[in-house]
Design a protein around this ligand. Structure first.
Ligand SMILES: *[C@@H]1O[C@H](CO)[C@@H](O)[C@H](O)[C@H]1NC(C)=O
Ligand SMILES: *[C@@H]1O[C@H](CO)[C@@H](O)[C@H](O)[C@H]1NC(C)=O
Ligand SMILES: CC(=O)N[C@H]1CO[C@H](CO)[C@@H](O)[C@@H]1O
Length: 378
């Protein structure tokens, strides 16, 4: 890793050997997305700087640098099938400028963080081992494991904790239970969750899911799983393919479906509570190419996806519902990335991925699974 300091611009060249690629699961994960952050934003910073200094001829091998960074990010993000990333990333690059909200001190913080991790490979191993053995306390799940509710869980491994679960309101209960396999995830505000991490609805819990959407005031759903993978069902098709469907007292109308790229699409629903006649628009962002125990086909596509989610969400205070199949692996990874990047955008002077992840695991079991999402690991 080399740092070239030129006035206030930091240029990074990253080159990795194969050996370095395998030195730690956390390292891969961290570098995986920090590489992308660093490769996106300095470009923008450079562009701004060059716009200011148009009169001066700055010798900058733009294309070389671009392709180098690209090759680094694709090395991390695409695994053996590297083909689609360049195209999709290039298009997303042009379509919407990356907000250059990363200031120089944040850039330096990221670089020192990466340098430190590259120098202290043991630290990574230690951090990762500590994370693996981390025990959330309290961790009772007696409600979700109760006889009446066990059929409402998609998997044995991830059941909502008693102390951190979404409770459905009794007056709307149609199944005689207030249980849904979903957990509120707090960030800065200890009373209002920033996210709700939920399992993908089962056929029998679709009405519960829409009840949760309604009662939490949610307007944005992030869906990170295809409906099925290799014939294994990951999530029930919980919305109408066209027109409207009624789930208990919730009428859901599919208003539009917009395919952004081969990796994700956006659906807009008109949701009506038939008891009160109140209505709300709900937008669902559906990421298609992130397989269970895999990684997104391109990290930049995921960041582009996240930008679209946050653009839609901007100015709201309701929780974002994030779900995959079990609501922990991919959902945990997405929430972790979103939390850390939001903090960085607000100018946090320190990154502590491990602590943030422990904070998530206190609130929901299995957040970011031990089989970390990187091609070199599977
Ligand atoms: C569900 O609603 C019925 C009638 O409103 C009520 O008697 C019952 O206690 C509720 N069940 C739960 C689990 O809240
Ligand atoms: C909801 O709308 C229906 C049909 O327009 C009407 O009959 C019903 O009284 C309304 N209910 C409420 C609670 O406003
Ligand atoms: C802990 C628990 O009760 N898990 C159950 C959740 O639901 C699945 C599918 O219905 C069951 O197989 C699990 O036993």
């Amino acid at each position: 890793i080399t740092r070239e300091k030129e006035e206030e611009t930091v240029t990074v060249f990253l080159e990795f050997t194969d050996a370095e690629l395998i030195f730690g699961r956390t390292a891969l994960f961290i570098i995986h997305f920090f590489t992308i952050v660093v490769s996106c934003n300095p470009q923008e910073l450079c562009r701004q700087r060059m716009a200011i200094r148009t009169s001066e001829r700055v010798e900058r091998p733009e294309t070389l640098r671009h392709s180098r960074l690209n090759s680094v990010s694709s090395q991390f993000s695409d695994g053996p099938a590297a083909s689609p990333s360049t195209r999709s990333s290039t298009s997303s690059w042009c379509e919407e400028p990356v907000p250059s909200n990363m200031d120089i001190s944040t850039g330096h913080m990221i670089l020192s963080y990466m340098e430190d991790h590259l120098k202290n490979k043991n630290r990574l191993e230690r951090e990762w081992e500590a994370l693996c053995s981390y025990q959330a306390e309290p961790s009772a799940c007696s409600v979700g494991q109760g006889e009446q509710n066990s059929k409402r869980n998609r998997s044995d491994a991830v059941v909502a904790y008693d102390h951190s679960r979404i409770t459905l309101k009794a007056e709307n209960n149609h199944s005689n239970s207030d249980y849904i396999n979903a957990s509120p995830i707090m960030d800065h505000d200890p009373r209002n969750p920033t996210y709700i991490a939920s399992q993908g609805p089962l056929a029998s819990t679709v009405a519960d899911f829409w009840q949760m959407v309604w009662e939490s005031g949610c307007v944005v759903i992030v869906m990170l799983t295809p409906l099925s993978e290799n014939g294994v069902k990951q999530c029930h098709h919980y919305w109408p393919d066209e027109g409207s469907d009624v789930y208990h007292i919730y009428e859901v109308n599919l208003v539009s479906e917009h395919i952004w790229c081969e990796d994700f699409l956006v659906r807009s629903f008109y949701l009506k509570n038939l008891q009160t006649n109140e209505t709300r628009t709900v937008t669902q962002f559906h990421f298609l190419s992130w397989m269970d125990r895999g990684i997104p086909s391109s990290a930049r596509t995921l960041l582009d996806f996240r930008r679209k989610v946050n653009k839609c969400y901007r100015g709201r205070s309701c929780p974002i519902i994030v779900h995959c199949s079990d609501g922990a692996g991919r959902s945990g990874t997405y929430i972790l990335i979103d939390m850390v990047l939001n903090r960085m955008a607000k100018g946090a002077k320190e990154i502590d991925i491990a602590a943030t992840l422990e904070h998530l695991r206190d609130q929901r079991a299995g957040m970011v699974q031990t089989k970390v999402r990187s091609p070199a690991l599977s």
